[in-house]
Write a protein that binds this ligand. Structure first.
Ligand SMILES: [Zn+2]
Length: 176
């Protein structure tokens, strides 16, 4: 299905423990000059989920938080603690790892869990990102990150690391 949003023009594809869909999505989106796909993956570690933005490969195993975070650093990707205060979230354990950012606005989390995540990011001095956590098309674009960057993957990843990012609720998509 072709889906688009009136102002969100960059989307990260982060399937669970798989990069099978990423290359195809990048390829399909490449015909639209104003749409950019950030390749990524969400890795299930025993401590909680970690998103890596800027890779179309899987990290080496074992998928511990250390290995995943080190992998992201080694390729200049961005590691993000996903939905820290929900099921499969790392919670306060996020403090133990050198992640680049915390997901502070997750489309599948409660207001309270997101507020807690925001506090965690603040106390760690880390940037906060948004993620729709979309598992189906109708979940897309529920929330978004506002990133001050050029429309290319490197610029966007750098801006996230530097903290030039804020989050907002974006109220879903329109169908084409
Ligand atoms: Zn997750």
């Amino acid at each position: 299905m072709l889906a688009a949003h009136s102002f969100i023009k960059v989307a990260a594809v982060t399937d669970h423990d798989s990069v099978r869909g990423v290359k195809l999505t990048v390829q399909l989106a490449s015909v639209y000059s104003d749409i950019l796909i950030i390749p990524g993956v969400e890795i299930s570690t025993p401590i909680g989920d970690i998103i890596v933005l800027g890779t179309d490969e899987l990290p080496p195993k074992p998928w511990t938080p250390e290995v995943v975070v080190d992998y992201a650093k080694s390729i200049d990707a961005v590691s993000i603690v996903a939905h820290p205060f929900r099921t499969y979230g790392m919670g306060e354990c996020a403090r133990d790892y050198k992640v680049d950012a915390i997901e502070v606005l997750n489309g599948g989390s409660t207001k309270e869990a997101n507020a807690q995540a925001k506090l965690l990011a603040k106390s760690l001095g880390l940037p906060g990102t948004a993620g729709s956590d979309a598992h189906q098309v109708s979940d897309l674009f529920s929330v978004c990150s506002i990133i001050e960057a050029d429309l290319n993957v490197d610029s966007i990843l750098n801006s996230i690391k530097k903290g030039f990012v804020s989050t907002q609720i974006s109220h879903g998509l329109k169908y084409l």
